[in-house]
Design a protein around this ligand. Structure first.
Ligand code: OXD
Length: 306
């Protein structure tokens, strides 16, 4: 049985090394040099060419090379019957939470304001802390950890999501309670999966329901945000600034207005990068489960889309 790595969006070298490190006899074929497509039963994907999986008549399992699976589900050629698994990794969660905590603390303690003051040699001791209440959209493995750590730092936190959650450990708002959720917070963190329900959710109508001065952190997907609406919401004062790690087009084009908007801080999709050495064991575990016909780890629910 052969495993195909098809990751034009991610350098496969580290993945090959990590998989062989943990399982030296794996039969790996790496895109674009897949000479025996008929042997491929498992495919590891990151931004594969749409329709490409049609080449594998015996494909039985798809694994994302990251936490997200939107890049797989957006390909109509991925058959409904094929199981899809994703990476759930403590290190990935740790990095994501640290990134969000950095964004929240920079807002709360106003690092940018003091950096500007320093440049102008201004000594201003007024209002050193912005009262901060954080709303996290998406309360799965990543969002749940963000809520726990921020709560552990003494912040009030609330969650929002599309699925019903009974007895969630923090106040939780569902889809039809979005307005209530937004009215409670002044930092909004987006960690939603990208699905037809959530695409474009960060739009002007949502921003206009936020408290004036809300700070936005988007670490989910560029397609959650209507980018031009953010600029309008910043001008209107509903959003005071944003920390963005993901964009509709990556790398962010040079002419994009976000590069020069002072109230936007941006990073190049590095909030949490999957570490191949850490993630390889769960891929191999799923490969062994495939051979033994056992249930898979981190199986994606195709109806929910994550
Ligand atoms: C992921 C990502 O989904 O890197 O893992 O965005």
């Amino acid at each position: 049985m052969s495993i195909a790595i098809i990751s034009p969006g991610r350098d496969p070298k580290a993945w090959i090394a990590a998989l062989l490190h943990h399982h030296p006899t794996l039969d790996l074929q790496v895109f674009p040099h897949i000479d025996r497509p008929e042997d491929v039963e498992m495919a590891l994907l990151w931004q594969h060419p749409a329709g490409y999986l049609k080449n594998f008549p015996k494909l039985k399992l798809i694994s994302s090379l990251g936490a997200g699976v939107d890049h797989i589900l957006s390909d109509p050629a991925v058959g409904d019957e094929l199981p899809i698994v994703r990476i759930v990794d403590e290190k990935l969660t740790w990095s994501m939470t640290n990134y969000v905590v950095m964004g929240v603390l920079n807002f709360h303690r106003q690092l940018i304001r003091y950096q500007e003051d320093q440049k102008k040699k201004v000594w201003d001791m007024s209002n050193p802390e912005i009262p901060t209440r954080i709303g996290v959209m998406g309360v799965g493995a990543l969002g749940g950890d963000v809520l726990d750590k921020l709560n552990g730092l003494g912040f009030e936190v609330v969650g929002f999501g599309f699925s019903e959650k009974k007895d969630f450990r923090y106040p939780y708002f569902q889809k039809d309670q979005l307005d209530d959720f937004l009215s409670q917070v002044n930092v909004l963190v987006c960690l939603l999966p990208l699905t037809p329900d959530t695409e474009g959710i960060l739009n002007l109508s949502l921003f206009r329901k936020c408290k004036k001065g809300t700070f936005l952190i988007n670490v989910a997907r560029g397609k959650h945000l209507i980018e031009e609406d953010l600029l309008v919401a910043i001008e209107e004062g509903f959003i005071s600034g944003a920390l963005l790690d993901v964009f509709r087009e990556e790398p962010l084009p040079e002419i994009h207005p976000f590069w020069v908007e002072k109230r936007i801080q941006l990073t190049p999709h590095i909030a949490s990068v999957t570490n191949p050495l850490a993630a390889a064991p769960q891929i191999i575990n799923n490969y062994k489960r495939l051979i033994a016909s056992l249930p898979f780890l981190n199986l994606v629910n195709r109806t929910r889309g994550y």
